[in-house]
Design a protein around this ligand. Structure first.
Ligand code: XUL
Ligand code: MN
Length: 347
């Protein structure tokens, strides 16, 4: 039997937040960005997920050369701390040019901004030492469906994927589907949409996905199925594990906090399909509770990582012979009882 997967963990600096929400200001003092990196290793994380402006603040004001020089400095700093940049995502949704979308905006000037910014994001990714960019297509959608031509929107998304693949012959694009928020209805709401775009592209091997548990739940889908679908196509670049209590705003709760059994099924799918054995990270996208005192608040990262590892143990001790016997007999009542008792640790 091969040795068990040793999971590596990652998160993005935005996961250490000051607690602001749409209805109130920050509740914790700012914790300087640079100081966040020193926290990774002691917490058991070695992958850093970035937005482009997490690497190089105010990047729109810099020349491409200045931007690459700054990103290289960050790359060396990471190396010195034994950290790896997992991906860089263009955080375009803050820009004044992207109020109505980036690649799917009705305005040519906005689309041009988005394309320029995407090229700079690829430059940053390469300079900081990683081969993947993430497209979370925040504003690619509408508040009312009549606002955009949806067929054209999908064509524009495919064009920009192809342009990016051409711009850098090694870069991978990992699409992070989400069905809504901040738009009412987003384009590319599910893994199926993302993977269809991948296969339609010029080089599908370089177009993958990152599946976030909460986003799948917002699409009323089971996160473990979204992950399994991507794994079946060898297209699971990364995951954003977290949880979501039903169909409401994107909550980014601790992994397993709303539905421990669904979390177990996600770990089961990842572990059974060898996720992590080719260097993939177990990424977390979890939000600290606004009510939590102190700075920096890190308990949510510690808890989510621990719960993942506890669930790995549950997966490894889940008796496949029993599972297979119940499947063969089509005795799903017995399978349910066994699974629930296993999760509860009772007989
Ligand atoms: C948004 C979301 C983002 C992306 C990275 O809902 O999940 O954090 O993961 O931009
Ligand atoms: Mn995410």
């Amino acid at each position: 039997m091969s040795s068990p997967t040793e999971y590596k963990f990652s998160f993005g600096p935005w996961n250490i937040s000051e607690g602001a929400d749409p209805f109130g200001p920050p509740v914790r003092p700012v914790f300087p960005h640079e100081s966040k990196f020193a926290l990774y290793k002691p917490l058991g994380f070695d992958g850093v997920q970035f937005h482009d402006d997490d690497v190089v603040p105010d990047l729109d004001k810099l020349s491409p050369q200045q931007l690459v020089a700054k990103a290289r400095e960050v790359g060396s700093m990471l190396q010195n701390q034994g950290l790896t940049a997992e991906f860089v995502a263009p955080r375009m949704w803050f820009a004044e040019q992207t109020v109505d979308g980036c690649y799917t905006s009705n305005r040519a000037s906005d689309r041009q901004y988005a394309w320029d910014r995407t090229q700079r994001c690829v430059d940053v990714a390469r300079a900081v030492g990683c081969k993947a960019i993430v497209f979370w297509l925040a504003r690619e959608g509408t508040y009312l469906r009549e606002a955009k031509n949806p067929k054209l929107a999908y064509e524009r998304l495919l064009s920009v994927i192809n342009q990016t693949l051409e711009y850098d012959r090694e870069i991978e694009i990992w699409i992070e589907p989400k069905p809504n928020e901040p738009t009412d209805q987003a384009y590319v709401p599910t893994a199926g949409h993302a993977i269809a775009l991948a296969y339609a592209s010029q080089d599908h091997r370089r177009v993958k996905t990152i599946i976030e548990s909460a986003h799948a739940i917002l699409a009323n889908l089971d996160p473990s199925d979204e992950m399994a679908f991507c794994l079946a196509h060898d297209k699971l670049g990364s995951v954003h594990l977290n949880d979501q209590n039903g169909l409401k705003y994107d909550q980014d709760k601790n992994f397993g906090a709303a539905n421990l059994r669904a979390a177990f099924n996600q770990v089961l799918v990842l572990e059974e399909n060898g996720y992590g054995r080719r260097g993939e990270y177990v990424g977390l996208d979890v939000k600290a509770m606004r009510t939590q005192a102190g700075t920096p608040v890190l308990d949510h990262l510690v808890t989510s990582r621990k719960i993942f590892l506890h669930l790995v143990e549950k997966v490894r001790t889940y008796d496949r012979k029993i599972v297979e016997a119940h499947r063969a007999a089509r005795d799903y009542e017995a399978l349910e009882q066994y699974t629930l008792q296993h999760l509860l640790g009772v007989k």
